[in-house]
Design a binder for this molecule. Structure first.
Ligand SMILES: [Zn+2]
Length: 61
């Protein structure tokens, strides 16, 4: 699994499907699944309230 360096989305791809940014296989930790980004306190805290639902890393170095 890889994590996007800019929006923290988890993906198998080298390019983020959300923001087309580069992803990294290493240096990310944590995992959060967000189903309703606009209603989620975690999503808001992570700055993801405008992002699509999906799986995100908590931290990306
Ligand atoms: Zn991204």
């Amino acid at each position: 699994m890889r994590a996007c360096k800019s929006c923290k989305a988890l993906t198998e791809l080298e390019t983020c499907p959300n923001c087309k940014g580069p992803t990294t296989q290493y240096g990310w930790s944590g995992y959060v699944g967000i189903i309703y980004p606009d209603q989620s306190k975690i999503a808001k805290k992570m700055g993801l309230e405008n992002k699509p639902a999906g799986e995100y890393a908590l931290k990306v170095r």
